[in-house]
Design a protein around this ligand. Structure first.
Ligand code: MN
Length: 206
């Protein structure tokens, strides 16, 4: 079995300090979210691969339904969090609105930035239980669209490119906002990294 590190996932450092998003996200909340929760998915996805590696090297059957569900949950959790950290930026460094092509597609689809933010906020607010609000983009129709991801691993339109995500799991906001999801989403708009979302639109792959 090849156990070289490159075959496994790693928890990367955040692109800013743990206290850089204060007062919108506290140092304690961000530290916990990254070090404990995101780390949990890194460990989970690597464990799933180790189990598959072992079964394959010993020629033991895998329960594919269970294996792939576990893999999808943990890999989804790992990837969505990696996107999420890059969707945030310290308030003092951010552009207060999107520009270029991202602004164009938002205006074309939603009519205005305000209307997009209203719909995205409602998308996030109405996530049932644990999940994500997502702005994605269809390369065929060249239209952006909103979606909700339940937990980390369902309701994804294959091959749609994700531009922007908002973590609506309680673990992402509960220390700071308790059950006040609206206040958390309001804070998100103060630290959203429009530039990164625009860059993702310009790139060909995830
Ligand atoms: Mn999370």
């Amino acid at each position: 079995m090849d156990t070289s590190e490159e075959k496994f996932y790693k928890l990367f450092d955040l692109p800013y300090a743990y206290d850089a998003l204060v007062p919108y996200i506290s140092e304690k909340q961000l530290n916990l979210h990254h070090q404990k929760h995101h780390q949990g998915y890194v460990t989970g996805v690597n464990t799933a691969f180790e189990k598959m590696d072992k079964a394959r090297s010993e020629n033991i059957d895998l329960d594919m339904k269970l294996t792939l569900k576990d893999l999808s949950f943990n890999l989804g959790g790992y990837l969505l969090h990696s996107l999420f950290w890059n969707n945030l930026i310290p308030a003092e460094n951010r552009n207060d609105k999107p520009n270029g092509e991202l602004l164009n597609i938002i205006n074309d689809e939603f009519g205005s930035l305000e209307r997009f933010q209203k719909e995205f906020t409602a998308t996030a607010l109405s996530v049932e239980g644990s999940g994500w609000a997502v702005l994605a983009y269809c390369k065929c129709t060249k239209r952006p669209l909103l979606m909700q991801i339940e937990k980390h691993n369902t309701n994804i339109y294959p091959a749609f490119k994700i531009l922007l995500v908002l973590d609506m799991w309680e673990h992402s906001y509960y220390l700071d906002y308790q059950n006040n999801r609206s206040k958390y989403i309001e804070a998100f708009w103060k630290i959203v990294n429009w530039e990164k979302a625009g860059e993702r639109l310009g790139r060909l792959t995830l």
